[in-house]
Design a protein around this ligand. Sequence first.
Ligand code: NAP
Ligand code: MG
Length: 461
Amino acid sequence: MAAGRLRPPLPRRELAEVALGDAADVDAAVKGARACFESDGWRKLSARQRGRLLAKTADLLEARLDEFARLETAHNGKTLFESKIELGMTVNTLRYYAGWADKIVGDTLPVEGPFFVYTLREPIGVVGAIVPWNFPLNIASWKFAPALAAGCTVVLKPASETPLTALLFAELVQEAGFPAGAFNVVAGGGSTAGAALVRHAAVDKISFTGSTEVGRQIMKMAADTNKRVTLELGGKSPNIVFADADVKAAVRGAQTGIFYGKGEVCAAGSRLLVERSVHDQVVEQLAEGAKKLAIGDPLDKNTRLGALVSKQQRETVLGYIKKGVDEGATLVAGGRPGNHNGKGYFVEATVFDAVQPTMTIAREEIFGPVLAVLSFDGVDEGVSLANQTMYGLAAGIWTKDVQKAHRVARAVRAGTVWINNYNSYDSGAPFGGFKASGFGRDLGREALDGYLETKTVWVGL
Ligand code: NAP
Ligand code: MG
């Protein structure tokens, strides 16, 4: 377990020194996880006891929620308001899977012949979890909570930008009473520690959330050891506003869809598709709202637009904004870097109108507070535009017509569809992608399947 030295979070100061784990550290962590997985101590722990340990961890996290939220804000730049919501979700996720631990069951199967056949659901083994920087501990919990509930042991590699909450969380796991080796954290680089985890022969499964590009590399690397892989990747999600929608609610949804988490959200509703007859009204209200969304100190509880995660990410986002202008889209709000007392890697809440489907800002994931507005006429064009992407993570639909809402929900190729809401999540609702947004699911009962093997037992009668 790599150790970090934590200092009180202050903007634009050194926050902590973190040991940079390498392949040798990963090997030590995997050996620890393997030894724990095969130990009597872990094997004989009942499912109910595993559930209790997860529930205890949830209580410990809840008791220190403010401290964790401040730390999440300090290394990521998201607002304290958002960090608190997400840490609350992490507590819920731990509790949700604590409840599942003793409800994982097999089947009895009515086969032909003199046999009694049943299935056992057994833990897959050692799980390597590799996560991004945008929801650091929350997305990690989408992996380690179901994995531990299923009886797996875990090695977690947090993103280089945001290792602090994962390291601090490891202390809570220890305090809750999990046996040594059940949960391990190695902070380190993707191409070093991350790749070592993916290649390690004693790791049975990799659960990854991150970019589509790295996801593809991981899939290739994992092939050499026949590892199971779950990939939650990027998105360019359409948020479709029909003319018969409650326009005010749709505009609010479009705003949270792109500006929550400064748009560094895999499911961000970054393509707003607006039916032509309400287009002017929607764009006007959006631009007005975006201009009001002030940049501020992320640690101030009233701030709603935080700082981007890093200087590099800000440069990437500003590069996309320049491309939008160069390719002929109309900038109607934002577009500039911002600062708070001269500090922070901020970007203003930005809205582009008159975006064409072929433009870069309509096709590529920007991962910043930048909205592309496109227009359409009628359901067929709306759906076809929505599906005109290699991604398929999420989609939003705004209409008061119940039939249309359900019809479009079926026609859109995406893992999550939000009707008259956007960016809603719950531990009990599966989340993941179609197409280049990956495969497998986090959250809900379905996530457990990713950490279980099915064993079929034939008894001769
Ligand atoms: P990323 O660059 O793909 O990195 C994700 C994680 O993979 C990090 O821990 C990274 O380590 C590690 N990594 C990088 N190269 C690796 C390699 N060769 N082998 C093994 N691990 C490697 O993604 P990001 O920039 O952190 O996050 C943004 C992306 O994540 C966006 O594309 C976004 O859409 C996606 N995302 C998807 C979801 C979802 O649920 N579908 C949720 C959130 C984010 P380092 O940090 O050291 O590079
Ligand atoms: Mg990266």
